[in-house]
Design a protein around this ligand. Structure first.
Ligand SMILES: Cc1cc2nc3c(=O)[nH]c(=O)nc-3n(C[C@H](O)[C@H](O)[C@H](O)COP(=O)(O)O)c2cc1C
Length: 375
């Protein structure tokens, strides 16, 4: 009867179409639920922020571009660190501004009076882009700052907070320039800057450190006491290279290599359960297994950059699926089930976080040397 009635037939097709849509939608929802359910075990927190998983896209040029940042979010990253604002950039722009102002000499004094912070007006574009990114993605956005002078650190920490970002990362990287300045002086200044910023902003604050402290554990512990919410361990520093043919210096595009995760593993392992702030491992984390490694050592989350440059944005999804698969295989329901399992506090191996490789060489020299035969 339905087929005999053209309208009914349309109605039927419509119904059939509707049913098909419902089936497809259900399928999509089932897949999404499945996906969400699978990814549920990856949920975590970092500096009090709720994250869907422990993979954060670290600061780099990729996060500067809005479309690329959206792709990074789509691939599954749980948060994004926006490219740092550098004091040099602030100064360069203000220099430019001053040059521009010379052209309008008669207005100069008036403008300076109207805008007492005019010399710092340059990085406005950076702040605008940061605010635009925050509005364009659902995941938390972390701003990153790298300054030299304390007033600039504090001023721009406050400016960045105004953009609506979820947290601020202080990139404490500076090359030593003065041979008469002691390590203690530099470290005291960093702690001072940190305390001042912590007292002036409400959002969580992390520090991104280089490994080049005489005793990283000590400065980390002092910063922890100063109230840091997260530690990004460690930054990979750009180093100049030399072209021997041209006998000239150049700046290569400096990416990490597979296997470079061992330093972050060591420090996550040493620091697990020793800090109030969260540990975010960084440098050389390339695969889902590497993510599992740093979390087994004690990291809360990890930041990745080089692996995304080398393996494309879709690799973020692969890493998350691999971590999830590894957890399923090992019957872990949450990251807490295995976080810090192999930290110094929890491992039974007394040598693991000490002079492990030397002990290995002493105890098993034959096995070690067999791996690298010389003749
Ligand atoms: C092209 C590029 C740009 C970067 N820019 C920044 C930056 O602006 N601020 C920052 O703190 N780190 C920056 N980094 C360092 C990364 O955030 C990260 O700490 C480092 O690359 C180590 O992680 P990875 O081994 O996953 O690459 C940059 C790295 C690269 C490759």
């Amino acid at each position: 009867m339905i087929y005999a009635d053209p309208l009914g037939s349309v109605g039927f097709s419509k119904n059939l179409f509707g049913i098909l849509i419902i089936i497809v939608e259900n399928q999509i929802h089932t897949n999404q639920n499945l996906k969400t359910k699978d990814m549920d075990r990856l949920k975590t927190t970092y500096m009090g922020l709720a994250l869907k998983n422990p993979l954060i896209m670290g600061a780099c040029n990729l996060t500067l571009d809005l479309d690329t940042a959206k792709k990074i979010e789509k691939a599954g990253a749980s948060a994004i660190v926006f490219k740092s604002l550098f004091e040099e950039q602030i100064n360069l722009e203000s220099l430019q501004m001053e040059e521009d102002l010379q052209e309008y000499n008669e207005r100069h004094a008036e403008m300076v009076n109207l805008f007492p912070n005019l010399e710092h007006a340059g990085p406005q574009e950076h702040l605008e882009k940061l605010s635009e990114l925050k509005k364009s993605v659902q995941i938390p956005v972390i701003g990153s700052l790298n300054c030299v002078n304390r007033p600039t650190w504090v001023e721009y920490a406050k400016e960045m907070e105004k953009t609506g970002i979820d947290a601020l990362e202080l990139n404490f990287y500076a090359n030593p320039k003065d041979k008469n300045q002691s390590a203690e002086t530099i470290e005291k200044e960093q702690i001072g800057i940190l305390k001042e910023i912590k007292s002036k902003v409400k959002i969580p604050v992390s520090v991104k450190l280089s490994f080049f402290y005489t005793n990283p554990l000590q400065i980390i512990s002092q910063m922890d006491k100063a109230g840091v919410d997260g530690f990004v361990l460690f930054n990979r520093l750009f180093q100049p290279d030399i072209d021997v043919d041209k006998q000239d210096l150049y700046n290569p595009f400096n990416l990490s290599q597979m296997g470079d995760y061992r330093l972050p593993v060591r420090y996550a392992g040493l620091l697990h359960q020793q800090l109030k702030g969260d540990i975010c491992s960084n440098t050389g984390i390339f695969t889902g297994d590497d993510m599992a490694r740093v979390i087994l050592a004690g990291a809360q989350v990890a930041q990745v950059v080089s692996t995304v440059y080398k393996n494309k944005i879709s690799h973020i999804t692969t890493m998350l699926k691999d971590l999830d698969g590894w957890m399923e295989k090992n019957k872990y329901e949450s990251l807490d089930d295995f976080r810090g399992k192999l930290s110094k506090a929890n491992t039974k191996d007394p040598y693991a976080y000490r002079r492990a490789q030397y002990v290995d060489l002493l105890m098993k020299p034959v096995e070690v040397m067999k791996k690298y035969p010389q003749v």
